[in-house]
Design a protein around this ligand. Structure first.
Ligand code: NAI
Ligand code: MG
Ligand code: ZN
Length: 276
């Protein structure tokens, strides 16, 4: 059965529901997954930094317990968000991805960036509020462009020194103030491989909670220039034939989708579906 997940701001004074627990070591899980009866979880000896009501899973309320540190609970373990992404339960990954973004943002906005006073959660709204200067902070989302550059049967893929050995991917980068999505894409491509692109086509978007990116995915055609990899950022960049590709990123990523979609169109195969 596919579960239904909707986000919501829930009242943490109400009892009951499910909860996920997040510490610097990741999310708590056991053989049944990462959702625990909330009242049971709160009876454990947790060092709770903050609690957030984050939404409904199949109609049941779900809360996040954001912890100062991990602790040993018999039969349970801690695991990072990336490990959950690589597993089959996509809905659980969405719940935890949202929880991670809310937890990180609230943790990093406990004090007002303008006057330094302690901030508090606004009831029924996803915002932190400063009483002293009436400033509100909303969850942070960072728009990032990601692009597959194509040249007929070839695609341009690159390696960052941070990637798993052998893996090549599309180019990506964060938008800067003052840029349109297209401006950002053109700048990132120039910076990272020193080439020019044309016919920029928007393909789709994906939430990427590492830590708070909104990926806007594009296809673009090669226009001119020779590949010059950006020092320190790009270890290697090459044109690959769609029939002979290197190891690619994880199938949940929009990077992989942009590649798989182009290859499918080029070779006349069925088109993949963009992972949510
Ligand atoms: N879902 C997917 O398929 C993929 C997602 N990504 C994500 O796209 C994002 C951007 O990709 P990168 O190549 O790492 O970016 P990038 O090419 O802009 O370089 C990263 C640099 O940007 C700066 N930076 C960090 N956070 C920033 C922010 N919030 N706003 C502006 N600048 C910032 C830092 O100096 C950092 O070293 C990352 O979050 C990355 O995880 C990247 C590739 C694939
Ligand atoms: Mg980049
Ligand atoms: Zn303030």
């Amino acid at each position: 059965m596919i579960s239904r997940w909707t986000t919501a701001v829930l009242d943490t004074d109400l009892p009951g529901g499910w909860a996920v627990a997040r510490s610097p070591e990741g999310f708590l899980y056991d053989d049944n997954g990462a959702l625990f009866p909330r009242d049971w979880l709160k009876r454990q000896d947790l060092s709770i930094l903050a609690e957030h009501g984050i939404g409904h899973l199949d109609g049941e309320p779900v809360y996040l317990l954001e912890l100062h540190s991990a602790l040993d609970i018999p039969g349970c373990n801690w695991k990072g968000l990336r490990a959950f992404m690589l597993e089959d339960d996509h809905t659980l990954f969405k719940v935890l991805g949202y929880a991670a973004q809310i937890g990180t943002w609230a943790r990093e906005h406990r004090f007002c960036g303008s006057c330094g006073q302690r901030m508090s959660q606004v009831p029924r709204e996803r915002a932190m509020y400063c009483d002293a200067c009436e400033l509100r902070h909303y969850p942070r989302i960072s728009p990032s462009m990601i692009v597959l550059i194509t040249r007929g049967d070839e695609v341009l893929l690159a390696r960052s020194p941070r990637f798993v050995t052998g893996v090549y991917s599309t180019l990506a980068g964060f938008a800067e103030p003052g840029e349109s999505a297209e401006d950002c894409l053109v700048r990132e491509v120039r910076e990272e491989v020193s080439i020019e692109v044309k016919n920029i086509q928007y393909v789709g978007s994906q939430c990427w909670p590492f830590p708070h990116s909104m990926m806007l995915g594009f296809h673009a055609e090669y226009a001119s220039g020779d590949i010059v990899p950006q020092e320190d950022e790009i270890e290697d960049a090459q044109w690959f034939n769609v029939r002979d590709l290197p190891p690619l990123p994880a199938s949940r990523s929009i990077a992989r989708y942009l590649i798989d979609l182009y290859v499918a169109r080029r070779l006349g195969h069925a088109e993949p579906v963009l992972p949510g």
